[in-house]
Design a protein around this ligand. Structure first.
Ligand code: ZN
Ligand code: ZN
Ligand code: ZN
Length: 174
């Protein structure tokens, strides 16, 4: 495979589906590394302002379009947005918030419902959940713990806030 950049490749020549197709073919032939290298050789100079004026926004947009999107689409075997969405929908159960607290972040527990005092919620789950109307207790995280929203072992009632309840309903319809 030739890696020469013959006859200035222009952005106008960039055809995403052709590029993805060529990645796929190269992968099947076992020369995907060469193919990717070739792709970068051709398009990196067009992206990173080596030809023409420097404009960071334009550069970023071009890098996404010419370099990262095709690779993402190739790795996903389809349009990345749709594939990621599909993967996300398969991610059920568990519906857990799992937000990891930074030091100093507020956490909320519920005296009525928490199984023990280590069961805590992040501010989003608390604000969108039932426990804000209960006897709650606010504290400040020393960092490292995580939100227990969605953990049915952690709460006697209302284990899910509204945000994560929606996720559960969606999942159980499948
Ligand atoms: Zn949370
Ligand atoms: Zn939640
Ligand atoms: Zn409660």
């Amino acid at each position: 495979m030739s890696l020469t950049v013959s006859g200035a490749k222009s952005i106008a020549e960039f055809n995403p589906s052709q590029v993805i197709q060529s990645f796929q073919e190269a992968y099947e032939e076992g020369c995907i590394t060469d193919k990717l290298r070739q792709h970068f050789c051709q398009f990196v100079p067009l992206v990173y302002g080596l030809l023409g004026e420097y404009d960071p926004n334009r550069e970023e947009r071009k890098a996404k379009k010419l370099l990262f999107n095709p690779i993402e689409a190739f790795l996903c075997g389809g349009p990345p947005d749709a594939v990621f969405k599909e993967l996300k929908e398969k991610d059920h159960p568990p519906i857990l918030c799992g937000r990891v607290f930074r030091s100093g972040e507020p956490t909320y527990s519920c005296r009525d419902c928490a199984v023990d005092p280590t069961c805590v919620l992040c501010i989003d789950c608390f604000n969108n959940g039932a426990h804000r109307k209960h006897k709650y207790r606010m504290s400040t995280s020393s960092g490292g713990g995580y939100c227990d929203c969605g953990d049915k072992e952690a709460w006697k009632t209302d284990p899910l806030c509204e945000i994560h309840r929606k996720g559960e309903e969606k999942g159980s319809n499948q």
